[in-house]
Ligand binder design. Structure first.
Ligand code: UFG
Length: 322
């Protein structure tokens, strides 16, 4: 089996490539290297530099391929509200180009990197796949639109897909094979790490007046290697069942922002310089997953998502090159 991984040089994509290679899948990475990094490429995977905005390049990359994993999207929520045109072009035009190229090249399987952002403000804390979808930012809108496009291309053109709705992706490969650090990260754990390594002088906790036990927001943190494994299992599922699915990927457990900071301080025996700041707009109080559908259909069980492993695998990479 040969799989095209679009965005395979990125943070999640590189972990997906590792999981595929470990399962003896032939991998071809397609990445425009706008945020992907050469250090994340595996020598056992073929690499083509190219953009999903170039249909000819996409068709060329799809030659001889059995399925696609598509992770190449812009993902900064705040930026998507300021520059929607950038997100429309990359995440929507790019997605349409991909689907059309797949039709042309007769590639039938697609695993898509979606997000819990499609749900918008949760109407209940533990969100299942039947929760209404109503994104509150343009980034989440682009993910939902792609899900809808895939449903049409399934009905009209027989492309079968699994859309994986990630909750909060964290952690690094435990064997130290993936070392690329995201530049200018905005997510909690990388911000904690940058504060520890001195890249940032201090960090802010956005709100401690929420209706949660310690007042800070609660999220479902899922280790990126567990996420990666779900992509490999989703491909197997498609080959076996030929049926499209939307699946949450999370642990079902929640941790608060303050818990993440205090646990990091405890595990690393270091102090983190943080201040309490006002709430960040658009942050839901609590967002955790019900991921039993993925467990059942893919036989997927997170193995690496305990907080200690998440923090230590992340710290190992930041300590090395942060
Ligand atoms: N936070 C801080 N300080 C920081 C950064 C974050 O207090 O410097 C807080 C946030 O306010 C939030 C929590 O940490 O309460 C987690 O924030 P992240 O930015 O790490 O993650 P989000 O939950 O906002 O969003 C992430 C992805 C989205 C995805 C969502 C799904 O960035 O793409 O998870 O759960 F949709």
């Amino acid at each position: 089996m040969r799989i095209l991984v679009i965005g395979g040089a990125g943070y999640i994509g590189s972990h997906v490539v590792k999981s595929l290679l470990q399962n003896n899948v032939q991998v071809r990475v397609f990445d425009d290297m706008s945020t992907g990094q050469a250090v994340n490429l595996f020598k056992d995977a073929e690499f083509i530099k190219g953009t999903i905005l170039d249909s000819d390049a996409l068709e060329h990359a799809l030659e001889g391929v059995d399925g696609v994993i598509h992770l190449a999207a812009k993902k900064a929520v705040g930026e998507s509200m300021e520059y929607p045109e950038k997100y429309a072009q990359n995440n929507l035009t790019g997605a349409i180009n991909l689907l059309n190229a797949m039709v042309k090249k007769n590639v039938k399987y697609l695993v898509f990197s979606s997000s819990a952002a499609v749900y918008g403000i949760p109407q209940y804390a533990q969100v299942d796949e039947n929760h209404p979808v109503n994104p509150i930012n343009f980034y989440g809108f682009t993910k939902l639109e792609m899900e809808r496009l895939m449903q049409w291309y399934d009905t009209l053109k027989g492309i079968k897909f699994v859309s994986l709705r990630y909750f909060n992706a964290v952690g690094y490969d435990a064997e130290g094979d993936i070392l690329g650090l995201e530049k200018n990260p905005q997510n909690l754990l990388p911000v904690i790490m940058e504060t520890l390594t001195g890249i940032r002088e201090k960090m802010a906790v956005f709100g401690t007046d929420y209706n949660t036990p310690d007042g800070s927001c609660i999220r479902d943190y899922i280790h990126v290697s567990d996420l990666a494994e779900a992509h490999t299992l989703a491909l197997k599922y498609l080959q076996k069942n030929n049926q499209s699915q939307m699946l949450n990927l999370g642990t079902g457990r929640g941790h608060s922002v303050l818990e993440m900071i205090l646990e990091t301080e405890k595990l690393l025996n270091k102090k983190i310089n943080y201040t309490i700041a006002p709430r960040r707009s658009g942050d839901p109080e609590t967002l955790t997953a019900i991921a039993t559908k993925a467990e059942k259909l893919l036989n997927w069980y997170p193995q690496q998502s305990d907080l200690k492993n998440i923090i230590l695998t992340t710290w190992a990479v930041y300590q090395k090159n942060g």
